[in-house]
Design a protein around this ligand. Structure first.
Ligand code: HEM
Length: 307
């Protein structure tokens, strides 16, 4: 609030409740982040740097760049918070889309059955053979970007854009929602959820290198985690759809309950899907055993790291 309404920024904290709350929150987060980072650092030292995780990952390059523990704690926390909310939000949207568009779910599962089969989980090695999963991810991030108005930025110098004067220190809010619906950039089914827009007539991605949307922002400060995000979404969504049929719950008369897209919610800058309930049913007999095996392998490797 203080940033957007500049006059209010001059008020001292004792007159401005939001400033007192910001100072209190900063102290709270600071001690939490420093405490979490220091225990991860201790654990990492005990295990001869075998530990995985964000804190362990920033330690080595942090030393090279002379970053203090305070800076490293905030770096790890920034990566975690920026990546967690956006990625988990997109995954939640993906569950909602699968009950809203059962024919899209079925088409994705048909491709998974052809490429992966039923005796193993999908892996990153399957990525280039599963264009329909990528098309779904692109369309999810185009149609319902988790941050529809991005992150506000400030201009550092006077500027002009298409004849408009933008004075130095202006706050600029990117309208990602609208850019993702630019009639010049997309075909005439702009308001539809239509993953096929990214595919050619053979079902391959028209342009694998083009993101196809602006959900990650643009320019110098665009999302640094976009590749982690895309790859995480790929392996998560491919695994979920390989393993389960996702269906809406039914009412007492056997009618599916699918909340309207108009019931989507926002908490300020993040867009959330409507509250919905769904069932997940294994698609074939081997699913349970293969998932348990994968879980055991992960737990075993985590125990190895903790020893
Ligand atoms: C679906 C997932 C994600 C979406 C939609 C998303 C979206 C965004 C957007 C819109 C911005 C602001 C860009 C701008 O100001 O122009 C941003 C910044 C950022 N994102 Fe992501 N993000 C996602 C996942 C991640 C992940 C997984 C990480 C970390 C591993 C991450 C780390 C960051 C960081 C550190 C910034 C600040 C970059 C800067 O200011 O220079 N994001 N993200």
């Amino acid at each position: 609030m203080g940033q957007v309404r500049c006059v209010l920024d001059w008020l001292p904290p004792w007159l401005a409740k939001w400033k007192r709350e910001a100072i209190r929150d900063h102290q709270r987060y600071n001690s939490k982040f420093e405490q979490m980072f220091s225990s991860a650092k201790d654990a990492s030292g005990r295990k001869n740097n075998l530990a995985s995780g964000i804190c362990a990952t920033v330690l080595k390059p942090g030393a090279r760049h002379n970053l203090s523990d305070h800076e490293l704690a905030w770096l790890a926390a920034t990566l975690f918070t920026a990546g967690y909310e956006t990625s988990s939000n997109t995954l939640t949207w993906s569950m909602y889309f699968m009950i809203l568009f059962p024919e899209i779910q079925a088409r994705a599962q048909e491709q998974l059955d052809q490429v992966v089969g039923k005796s193993r989980l999908p892996t990153f090695a399957d990525a280039k053979h599963l264009p329909y999963i990528w098309a779904i991810i692109k369309e999810m991030l185009r149609w319902r970007p988790p941050l529809p108005i991005g992150i506000p930025h400030a201009t550092v110098a006077d500027d002009y854009y298409e004849g408009y004067f933008i004075p130095k220190n202006s706050i600029v809010i990117p309208n990602i929602w609208s850019i993702n619906r630019d009639p010049e950039g997309y075909d005439d089914r702009i308001e539809d959820f239509y993953p096929e827009r990214y595919l050619d007539c053979d079902g391959n991605l028209k342009d694998a290198l083009d993101e196809g949307h602006f959900a990650f922002g643009f320019g110098h400060r665009s999302c640094v985690g976009r590749h982690v995000a895309n790859n995480t979404l790929f392996v998560d969504i491919a695994t979920i759809l390989w393993a389960m049929k996702i269906e809406p719950v039914k009412d007492a008369h056997g009618k599916s309950i699918v909340p309207s897209i108009d019931d989507e919610r926002t908490d300020g800058i993040t867009l959330h899907p409507p509250n919905c309930q769904f069932t997940c049913t294994p698609r074939f007999d081997e699913v349970d055993m293969i998932l348990q095996q994968a879980r055991d392998d992960i737990l075993k490797s985590m125990r190895y790291l903790q020893e």
